[in-house]
Design a protein. Sequence first.
Lengths: 118, 257
Amino acid sequence: MRKSLVFGVLVVALSAIPARAGGPRKEAQAQVQFGIDVAQKGLWKEALFRWEKAVELDPTYAAAFNDLAVAYEHEGVFDKARQAYTKALALEPNNISIKQNYDYFKELNDRASRRTTR
Amino acid sequence: MTVRAAGLLASLVASAALVSCSSTIEVSVETPIQPKIDTSGFERVLVAGFVAGGSDDVDGNLETVRLLRSQLRTKSNLKVVEADVIPLADMLADQARAGGAAPPTIDPRTLPRQIKDEKDLEVYDPLFSNAAYWKKIGQEFQGPLIVTGSVLFTPNSSSGFVQKDREVIDQYGRRTVEPQRTYMERKGFVLRPKLVFIDGRTGAVIDTEVFREAVLYNQGQEVPALSSYFELMDRVIPAFLGTLASQKIRGTRVLLK
């Protein structure tokens, strides 16, 4: 009884750890991590390059698309940012962080396009 | 056995939490917003003058020109032309009296004696599309980007129920805040600037931006008209600058691993 309880809790605990698939995902993760490191140092162009590479390596990696969208936003490339956010949300529709980023982006994009002739 | 298992579980849960916490990184981003108008072909900007009306307490033409020029001086790369402010409405009225017709599209007989509302201002609209007139102005100042338009600043009042928070202290000395609806007569102003951007080389209108901002003050709150004008213009200025100069909007985003 106790053993099954311990096993159950273990399964729950392990499921909280993100799955680490091998191959392309690992390589993409390395690119994403490098991108984050350089973005934190303000090197957004390099980060953009890394995250573009990451989504090429693993087109199912939602986090990479999210980060790529943030980089596009930072560069003012709104069309591409929207595409990347849409892709990230399609891959992980319930990811709160992606949703939040996308909401902020939409607000900003609306503000930019609101400056139209009234 | 149970203690060991619990310890193992605790450490696993903790490490899982650590992994999930460290997989998001908040970063600050500065998103550039491109100006609506491509100003690359201009070196100078001339805030020429405005057809102004409404309250007599504020010279809408002079104040708007002064304010926009000072903003452009510090927040745009264009060189601001320091020229006399063109009193557009007076100029047209004088021409009408003299029988002249500088902007041929305006019938001098239709010019109002005093500009009180938007309908009065509409009479002046053909002035802004008079390319020959603006081209001539542009030639005087080496083909700058011309900013002109109209400004209507009118008093406004409104009455109705207003919800205010009221602090209540009960018999035990505890404070609570209760919403209270009270009937109020409030006065304020409405500002309707219409900003017209003209290519001084051709006299053609590049863009037109129309805004409407209003403010109401509670009874007993005496706010001078000029202060109110600046308060309302403060709300318009970011959009005005966004039309001419790129802006950077600061914010935060979450990066994921």
